[in-house]
Ligand binder design. Structure first.
Ligand code: ZN
Length: 396
């Protein structure tokens, strides 16, 4: 939004994460790392009557009594500041160039590959064809899809949910892929294509070794651990807290899969910013209120994700991590774009996104129903492209 003198006098607060100012000859930009979805601010720009702009924390930035030690000193989120001679147009060009070429050490995320993902068909198969989500998740069907994807020029072929035996341990389901994805990987290699896999980073199946080793890391709320739920027709799973020691182990799982299976692209789904107020994790303790621990979890959740991506990419520079932000209450901000990219459109939109009531007895996803391609939806990332390259907002 545009801001004039009256907004300063009225003490308006703006969520950001970017603010730009100029006098026609010079321009400057101030931005912060943290992310969430409007209007749920954790950090904000406060406009003051003396024309100062103050960047201030709103909630969750730290917890009362947080101990600072040499091993764990206080670390702020990062900020960006830019100034140049020129107007907003020149500033946006320079900023976009920075984001594309210099903001991330994980440079694979900046390459404009063409991606294909099995999910859209899986969802249509369930809700239009009356099958199950995982009916098409087997070796022959996937080999057939790869043939078509190759002819279409697809460069990264992504198996969505269902390729694994159970969450947490993330072993290939050998009932569906008898040789553990070897034939799939060999076919992709022969076509110069990359393998991508779907993950729910917060899920660990009840019988998984991961859960056994990290029983203290399950999400809890008001002292209760939620009941485990089936994850897309696979074993029931608990939700794990990323702001706990579990996140290190999850990063190690991804590194193992690069080495053992040859995956190089990771689609991360279902990471909600809210939901844990456990006093035994790394977002507050018994001296803090439940609300404070919950806010701190929400604040730290995305930063924990970034650390996992950076650990993975340090060990495996070929990796790309893509975080699905097609649902609400997810960490959307500049920080994750310094580590990976955002998954903006997979199978959507839902009727609700357009304020269209869901027709009776129909599934909420418009794309599940046959019809003309909705290129209008897929062009949406271009509205960000003035500042942030559209490469970073994936449409499969
Ligand atoms: Zn927690």
């Amino acid at each position: 939004m545009a801001v004039g003198p009256e907004q300063f006098e009225n003490g308006l607060s703006l969520m950001g994460p970017m603010i730009v100012a100029g006098d026609g000859e010079h321009s400057l930009l101030l931005a912060y790392e943290h992310g969430s979805q409007v209007p749920d601010a954790f950090v904000e720009f406060a406009l003051q009557a003396d024309r100062a702009v103050v960047l201030q924390g709103v909630k969750g930035n730290y917890y009362d009594g947080q101990k600072l030690t040499e091993e764990a000193p206080f670390e702020t989120i990062w900020f960006q500041f830019a100034a140049l001679t020129g107007g907003e147009k020149e500033l946006s060009h320079a900023y976009r160039d920075f984001v594309l070429k210099y903001q991330s050490l994980n440079t694979q995320s900046r390459k404009p590959y063409i991606f294909y993902n099995t999910w859209a068909y899986q969802e249509r198969n369930k809700h239009w064809n009356g099958e199950t989500y995982l009916a098409s998740m087997h070796q022959q069907r996937i080999l057939d899809e790869i043939e078509v994807a190759y002819r279409m020029g697809v460069e990264v072929f992504v198996l969505d949910t269902g390729w694994y035996q159970k969450t947490g341990d993330w072993q290939v389901d050998t009932n569906r892929f008898p040789d553990g994805l070897r034939a799939i990987k060999a076919r992709l290699d022969s076509y110069g294509m990359q393998l991508g896999l779907w993950f729910d980073p917060c899920a660990a199946a009840v019988s998984s070794a991961m859960l056994q080793r990290h029983a203290d890391c399950t999400i809890s709320w008001r002292g209760e651990t939620p009941e485990p739920h089936a994850v897309w027709e696979t074993e029931v799973s608990h939700r794990m807290c990323l702001v706990s020691r579990y996140s290190e182990a999850f990063a190690d799982e991804l590194i193992r899969l690069v080495r053992e299976v040859g995956v190089s692209y990771f689609k991360w789904d279902a990471i909600h910013q809210y939901g844990c107020d456990d006093a035994g994790h790394q977002h507050g303790n018994g001296d803090n209120s439940s609300q404070e621990r919950a806010d701190c979890y929400a604040f730290e959740n995305g930063r924990a994700m970034i650390r996992v991506v950076d650990k993975l990419c340090r060990e495996c520079p070929q990796a790309i991590v893509d975080f699905d932000i097609t649902e609400g209450r997810r960490f959307v901000g500049l920080g994750f774009l310094a580590a990976g990219k955002y998954f903006l459109i997979n199978n959507g939109p839902y009727y609700g996104n357009y304020d269209i009531p869901v027709p009776p007895e129909q599934w909420i996803n418009i794309f599940v129903h046959p019809g003309a391609a909705r290129t209008r939806i897929c062009r949406e990332p271009l509205t960000f492209d003035k500042w942030i390259p559209s490469i970073l907002f994936l449409t499969h």
